[in-house]
Design a protein. Structure first.
Length: 234
C-alpha cells in the first residue's frame, strides 16, 4: 500500500504578530494572491510589495523566499487536490474516478496561473507541499492504472499524455476566462472522450518518455529575469 500523504505535524505556533505587522502580512498575501493568479509564479515580488503598500524588505521579513510565500497561499489548494485524488481513487467506476480527478485538477487551475505552474513542477516545494503534491501524483498514477485495468481507458495512453492535457487546459483557461470562464470543461471532456478505450484508433506517433516530458518543462520555465528573486533578497 502506498504511504499516506505527508500532511505532517503542523508547524509550531508562532508568536502573535503586532497589529501593524499582521496588517502588512495580510496585505502582502492579498496582493500576492492576485499577482500570482494573473501572472503565474514569475510575478515580481517587488511588484507585490508595491501593491501591498510595503517595502520589499518588509515582504522578505514575513516571507524569506518566494517558496515561503507560495506555500502560504497554496497549501489549501494542494489539500483540495489531494482530497480529490483520494476520493477518485476509491470510486468503484475507475473511469468516473479518472474523470473526476482530472476535472477537479483543471478546476483548481482555472483562473490561477500560479497553481498551474505548481502542478507543472515549475517551482520546487518545501517538505509539506512536496509531500502532498507527490502523494497526489501517486494517487493519480493509481487512478490511471485502475482505469486501464478496468478497460475503460485506452491501453496506449501513458501518464505523460496526461501531462499535456493539463498544460493544454491551462492555455484554454487563460484564453477564455474573461469571455467564457467554464469553457475549459467542454474541451476537457472532448479530450477525455479521446481517451476512452471504445474510441481508440492507432496513433501516428509514440508517447513521449518521462525524460522527454521533463525536458519539455524547460520551455515553460519562468524567464530568469522574472525569477531572480525566487530565493529571497540578495
Amino acid at each position: 500500500m502506498s504511504p499516506q500523504p505527508t500532511r505532517t505535524a503542523p508547524r509550531a505556533a508562532a508568536r502573535p504578530l503586532r497589529r501593524d505587522a499582521q496588517r502588512n502580512r495580510d496585505a502582502i498575501l492579498t496582493a500576492a494572491r492576485k499577482s500570482f493568479a494573473e501572472q503565474g509564479l514569475g510575478a515580481s515580488l517587488e511588484g507585490i510589495a508595491r501593491e501591498a503598500g510595503v517595502a520589499i524588505g518588509t515582504l522578505y521579513r514575513h516571507f524569506p523566499s518566494r517558496l515561503d510565500l507560495v506555500e502560504e497561499l497554496f497549501t489549501a489548494k494542494f489539500t483540495e487536490l489531494l482530497d480529490a485524488a483520494e476520493s477518485a481513487a476509491t470510486m468503484d467506476d475507475a473511469w468516473a474516478g479518472f474523470c473526476h480527478y482530472l476535472e477537479r485538477l483543471c478546476e483548481l487551475q482555472a483562473c490561477d496561473r500560479a497553481f498551474h505552474d505548481l502542478v507543472s513542477s515549475r517551482l520546487p516545494l518545501h517538505a509539506l507541499g512536496r509531500g502532498m503534491f507527490e502523494r497526489s501524483k501517486e494517487l493519480g498514477d493509481e487512478i490511471f492504472a485502475r482505469a486501464q485495468e478496468q478497460g475503460s481507458l485506452r491501453s496506449d495512453v501513458t501518464p505523460q499524455d496526461i501531462a499535456f492535457v493539463i498544460w493544454s487546459q491551462a492555455g484554454i483557461i487563460q484564453a477564455t476566462h474573461t469571455v467564457a470562464p467554464t469553457a475549459w470543461r467542454r474541451h476537457l471532456h472532448l479530450m477525455l472522450d479521446g481517451f476512452r478505450a471504445g474510441c481508440a484508433h492507432e496513433l501516428p506517433e509514440p508517447p513521449l518518455t518521462r525524460r522527454q516530458v521533463e525536458s519539455s518543462l524547460v520551455a515553460l520555465e519562468c524567464p530568469e529575469e522574472e525569477c531572480h528573486d525566487c530565493h529571497g533578497a540578495e
